[in-house]
Design a protein around this ligand. Structure first.
Ligand code: ADP
Length: 480
């Protein structure tokens, strides 16, 4: 059995800003249901984590973490939830702030956290064979593990959830924070800057990303955000494993947030739609096709395309509901578009888990025209709530949504190929024509009902990946 320590910057149900939290909050449970690997999880202890979790935590140890010329104190806390042990690293300076990210010293905060993960290892009563680090915030864990070798035969896996965010800092931070010889600078530097994402990719024994298509795409300059050549060099150790969702948690039959629970019933779904129309102040009509967007409002998610065609699409007899926060450009766009189309468009510029679930339950369609998408969870949640996704064929969207074909009757959504606003508009109009064609619509919904995105298969792929290390160790020890 392989002992694995996950480390990341967010995790449901404790703290969430996006899909990373969903993954870290559900994959370990799925792996722990098998007997092949056992996962524990290490996270920062943010003030933002609700009190009802913090009061359940027990102190494990208080340690010193070397940070340049000084030591920072860190306390390690633990709690168990749904069969997974979680460790939390607290520090009075770096994590006692509002929110999760967005501070001038975010880089320094996660250099500290990454080093603390390594320093905490002797105190856990758990000896990991593998540290599995996720995204730039923990990229340096892989570097420290390789350089400092805190445990014999310790291996690392680094998973890229989004290569756009790399954790880039001035190179002077290396001298100020790292307590390492300059010999190690090259593996962490990119274009003259310290780069945490690069450090993870460079130092990890295996690199994964969250869909097979994205694993291919990031080796190309268009998607690689400057790191494509390094990824090409590491391509033998790079694999794409598609994300799943916790189908027990995201389940329209059990979801406590939605007004009318259902499995497949369109009648019940209409009740959710009518409720949401009231909440959003849209005309209440269960027959009206409802399109929904739930997203960070950032360029990645394809909102430049939406900007070009939304007014034209809203000439149709449809409703669109939007939930999101993000860049001012897009918040402003939706805010003003809503004023132009009060009967057809309603927008909430906030982060609201309950409202999000009510929207998935109410929606007929889910719009997600991403410029790039490592995996995407929202289209999977939409399918789980029987809302039909409309996506661009990129990354995980390409791997999870097949465009409906009225001739063959195959497909669980709608998609378009090029990053082009009129292709999006065509896909939206086609979806509307299928909605109004009862035979095609029923066929499409049957296909949606069959779509399955639990963690089962992907968890097995991770277990196989960890097992490769064990096999390699046995060979290197000459046992076989
Ligand atoms: P990301 O690139 O943001 O990680 P994903 O599709 O992987 O995108 O996951 C986004 C997660 O965050 C989903 O669980 C989605 O429902 C949730 N989410 C996004 N925006 C909001 C919001 N404004 N309010 C509530 N939940 C949101």
């Amino acid at each position: 059995m392989t002992n694995v320590l996950f480390t990341a910057s967010e995790c449901t149900p404790f703290i969430k800003t996006g899909g990373l939290a969903d993954v870290i909050g559900s994959l370990p449970q799925s792996i722990n249901k098998t007997t092949n690997s056992h996962v524990k999880v290490m996270l920062p202890l943010y003030d933002e984590i609700p009190d009802h979790w913090q009061t359940r935590m027990e102190l494990v140890a208080t340690i010193n973490v070397p940070v340049g010329w000084r030591n920072q104190e860190a306390s390690i806390f633990t709690l168990e939830h749904n069969g997974v042990d979680y460790f939390f690293i607290s520090n009075d300076y770096y994590f006692t702030r509002k929110g999760v990210y967005g501070y001038y010293d975010d880089g320094e905060r996660f250099v500290f956290f990454s080093r603390a993960v390594i320093e905490a290892l002797p105190y856990l009563n758990f000896t990991p064979d593998v540290i599995h680090a996720h995204d730039w915030q923990t990229g340096l864990v892989c570097a420290f593990a390789k350089i400092l070798q805190p445990l014999e035969n310790l291996k690392t896996v680094f998973t890229i959830h989004n290569i756009r965010y790399q954790g880039v800092m001035p190179h002077t931070m290396f001298g100020e924070m790292f307590n390492l010889s300059m010999d190690h600078f090259g593996g962490m530097e990119w274009n003259g800057m310290l780069n945490c994402m690069k450090s993870g990719i460079f130092h990890a024994d295996k690199v994964t990303t969250v869909s097979p298509s994205y694993a291919e795409e990031i080796k190309d300059p268009y998607y690689g955000e400057g790191l494509h050549s390094l990824l090409q060099e590491r391509s033998e150790d790079l694999t794409g494993i598609i994300n799943g969702i916790d189908t027990n948690d995201y389940h329209p039959l059990k979801d406590p947030y939605i007004v009318s629970n259902y499995r497949h019933s369109r009648g019940k779904k209409k009740e959710n739609k009518e409720y949401l129309q009231e909440v959003f102040g849209l005309p209440v009509d269960g027959e009206k096709p409802l399109y929904v967007i739930i997203s960070r409002l950032v360029e990645q998610k394809g909102f430049h395309l939406v900007q070009h065609i939304l007014d034209e699409f809203l000439q149709e007899d449809v409703q669109v509901a939007v939930l999101g926060t993000g860049e001012g450009e897009f918040e402003g766009f939706f805010y003003h578009a809503q004023e132009r189309h009060p009967e057809r468009l309603a927008v909430r510029l906030t982060f609201d888990e309950k409202l999000a679930r009510q929207m998935y339950a109410a929606a007929d369609f889910f719009i997600m025209p991403s410029q790039f998408e490592p995996c995407g969870l929202t289209q999977l949640i939409a399918l789980q709530y029987k809302a039909v996704p409309i996506v661009r064929e990129t990354g995980g969207l390409k791997d999870t949504v097949q465009s409906f074909n009225e001739i063959t009757g195959e497909g669980n959504g709608f998609s378009f190929t090029n990053y082009n606003a009129h292709e999006l508009l065509e896909a939206l109009k086609y979806s509307l024509s299928v909605y109004h064609n009862p035979i095609q619509w029923i066929q499409l919904l049957k296909n949606v009902n069959k779509s399955q995105f639990s963690w089962k298969e992907s968890a097995t792929q991770y277990i196989h990946l960890y097992a490769e290390f064990e096999t390699a160790n046995i060979y290197s020890q000459g046992v076989i």
